[in-house]
Design a binder for this molecule. Structure first.
Ligand code: DQA
Length: 138
């Protein structure tokens, strides 16, 4: 089974960025551990701060992978382009957020991605990714 985690802008700063909200673990450390715990899954990871690169990656993997775990970060709340890419591809997408976006500012309550996602997981810290991965397991 091939699953990819795709992270959007500023998530390269995990561990350094607003640690009261996002925690103090770097994504690399978390990801390596997740891979070790899920050896039967071909799990890969991609991060970019650039909207168009997120769209390119969704198009690249979106017809052949078994699952996409997408944290589009701030673009979740703004990007029609990413929403259209999620609608276009056939691989199921799970939208994840580290924080509970519904307990934060009202602009974070809107998701352009959710209508075309298989599901949404928010508010469980980095465990949100783990829960999403769990849901892809048969
Ligand atoms: C986030 C929530 C977004 O609102 C924010 O812009 C992020 C991270 C999260 O994982 O909690 O950058 O997607």
């Amino acid at each position: 089974m091939k699953v990819i985690i795709i992270n959007g802008p500023n998530l390269n700063l995990l561990g350094k960025r607003e640690t009261n909200i996002y925690g103090d673990l770097s994504f690399q450390e978390f990801f390596e551990n997740l891979q070790l715990k899920n050896k039967s899954i071909a799990l890969s990871y991609y991060q970019t701060n650039i909207e168009g690169e997120l769209i390119d990656k969704l198009q690249e993997v979106g017809y052949s992978y078994d699952g996409i775990i997408l944290n589009a970060a701030a673009y979740t709340h703004t990007s029609v382009g990413i929403a259209d890419a999620v609608a276009a591809i056939t691989t199921p997408v799970i939208e994840v957020h580290i924080s509970n976006t519904y307990s934060r500012e009202s602009f974070r309550h809107v998701s352009y991605i959710a209508p075309n996602a298989r599901g949404v997981i928010a508010g469980f810290g980095l465990q949100s990714y783990e829960l999403a991965l769990q849901s892809f397991k048969k």
